[in-house]
Design a protein around this ligand. Structure first.
Ligand SMILES: NC(=O)c1ccc[n+]([C@@H]2O[C@H](COP(=O)([O-])OP(=O)(O)OC[C@H]3O[C@@H](n4cnc5c(N)ncnc54)[C@H](OP(=O)(O)O)[C@@H]3O)[C@@H](O)[C@H]2O)c1
Length: 508
């Protein structure tokens, strides 16, 4: 594993939740593994009035709270935090950027970082156009044989128009190659393993198409609710927060053609082609291709659980969906006619993200289906937790006759090595420092994904006849969502049972 060139990583929004919970813990992991540059600084920027020293103390506390690697000693933490610095500014004020530039010059001289800077935008999205512009006004965008990159957190726009506008504004001062749009799902080991499963094994690829695949199902379920982020979530919802980015990106990896190489351009060209092949859902079809839901109060194991509208920061009449399910088609030679089903939701019975490839039935089934309720093979790629791959297939039950039982060939990632599974942010930050954008979303793909989502978004927002279905917290979402998939004589896969022991399905 390579160490990046000497550089300074500037985190805008360094006093925020993401920096504390994910970014700083990921960076110390890289430091511990000797994967940070030989000379580096992490410069935190936000309005809170920290000094270098108080910032280091704060981040030490965050590391102690959020780092789950017990192998990292106190000594390593103390060494690491010496590389942290802080500059308070209001990033919405152009004049304040002179302070950042001065601090960078000072650190650059001290650390011999050759003017290599990466700017991580972990601020409210309203600042995603502002910060890059003001950095450019200070000349900090110009790479000229140096590293000058922007890492941008989701959301990339709020809808198609704002996504196009954001891309356009960024491209006024930066090259596309300098822009790294984070989709932390792509940083997950098991998502990357999809490449390896598909393209390092001769047995899967010949089956990976419309001739053998009946349908594809992608689920990302959360057992938690909005957890104090009701204000943020109420302006977002499942479609924007999960479907437009993470779920479609995963579908892109499942459906893409083999790239000509592992080069980031080659891979991202192939995922773009998938998005370009998504069959548009017309406004008149939204009702039959999508379902939205919102969790309502219930009892789980005897404990009362609040409904979404009762959560702090949420409008009591909110129509924001906490559950979204979609059916769509990819109109190309590989996938023509194969339905893709994706669903995501909060307050579902468990936390799980998985991709299920449902293979077609055998052309002529010889055995009694009564003894085998699941006659079709399934390949289940578990993205999280318990990362791994499971193949379901029929086996003869020992004894008289031909009773068939469905059995599992089950690989758990944890069996491959004792090494801790790297956190997505570790992988992504390391890649960005090395200049590898393969696992980052490209501007054109982001726009294509928004283009696909736009009619659904529009109809959900404006058409009062489109219902939002209430589902009791702790269940697998609205009952109505079953119709989306059951029309085909199949059902969603339920990795576990509903948990709610009381609560009502309803229309909201
Ligand atoms: N948290 C997550 O798990 C997560 C996951 C995915 C994506 N994201 C995205 O990541 C971004 C950051 O999320 P977060 O959860 O860390 O938000 P947050 O806790 O609200 O933090 C926002 C940060 O921005 C700073 N900030 C706000 N206005 C500023 C200004 N005018 N000038 C300078 N600094 C300013 C705040 O610091 P001061 O108040 O000190 O200025 C704070 O450090 C958001 O866009 C979010 O959508 C977050």
């Amino acid at each position: 594993m390579q160490r990046p060139e000497n550089l300074i990583l500037v985190i805008f929004g360094a006093s925020g939740d993401l920096a504390k919970r994910k970014l700083i813990p990921a960076l110390i992991e890289l430091y511990h593994q000797n994967l940070m540059p030989e000379n580096f600084a992490i410069l935190g920027v936000s309005r809170t009035d920290y000094s270098d020293s108080t910032f280091r103390t704060e981040m030490t506390e965050s590391i102690n709270e959020f780092l789950d690697d017990k192998d990292i000693s106190k000594k390593t933490i103390n060494e690491f935090v010496k590389n942290l610095y802080y500059q308070p500014i209001d990033t919405s004020k152009a004049d304040d950027y002179g302070l950042v530039k001065n601090k960078l010059n000072e650190l650059n001289e001290k650390l011999n970082t050759n003017g290599n800077y990466i700017f991580y935008l972990s601020t409210p999205p309203s600042l995603y156009e502002v910060i890059p512009k003001y950095l450019a006004q200070q000349g900090l965008n110009k790479n000229q044989n140096r590293i000058r990159r922007l890492i941008i957190e989701k959301p990339f726009g709020y809808n198609l128009e704002t996504a196009i506008s954001l891309n356009k504004k960024l491209l006024e001062d930066y090259e596309e190659e300098q822009i790294y749009r984070i989709d932390h799902y792509l940083g997950k080991e098991t998502v990357q393993n999809l490449f390896v499963t598909r393209f390092s094994n001769g047995i899967y690829e010949p089956l990976w198409n419309r001739n053998y695949v009946d349908h594809v199902e992608i689920t990302s379920a959360e057992s938690l609710g909005v957890e104090g982020r009701g204000g943020y979530y109420d302006n977002s919802g499942a479609l924007r927060d999960m479907v437009q980015n993470h779920l479609l990106q995963m579908a892109g990896f499942v459906a893409m053609e083999p790239p000509s190489s592992l080069d980031s351009r080659a891979i991202r060209n192939e995922t773009l082609k998938v998005f370009q092949s998504l069959r548009p859902i017309k406004e008149s079809e939204v009702k039959s291709f999508s379902i939205r839901g919102q969790y309502v109060a219930s009892k789980i194991k005897g404990e009362e659980v609040l409904g979404y509208r009762e959560e702090k920061g949420v409008n009591p009449k909110s129509k924001t969906e906490t559950y979204a399910a979609l059916k769509f088609y990819i109109d190309n030679w590989r996938w023509g006619g194969v339905p893709f089903y994706i669903r995501t939701g909060k307050r579902l019975p468990t936390k799980v993200t998985e991709i299920v490839i449902h293979f077609k039935e055998t052309p002529h089934y010889l055995f009694s289906k009564k003894t085998n309720s699941e006659a079709c093979n399934k390949l289940i790629i578990r993205i999280q937790p318990d990362e791994g791959i499971l193949l379901k297939f029929g086996m003869k039950v020992p004894g008289a006759g031909f009773n068939v039982q469905n059995v599992n060939m089950d690989f758990h990632y944890k069996d491959i090595s004792d090494e801790k599974m790297p956190n997505a942010y570790e992988r992504l930050l390391h890649d960005a420092m090395l200049g590898d954008s393969t696992l980052y979303a490209r501007g054109d793909a982001v726009e294509e994904a928004w283009k696909f989502i736009a009619p659904i978004q529009k109809v959900w927002e404006s058409d009062k006849s489109i219902k939002i279905y209430g589902y009791p917290a702790g269940t697998w979402g609205p009952e109505k969502a079953d119709e989306l998939i059951e029309k085909q004589g199949i059902t969603w896969r339920y990795p576990c049972k509903n948990l709610a022991d009381d609560g009502k399905y309803c229309e909201l």
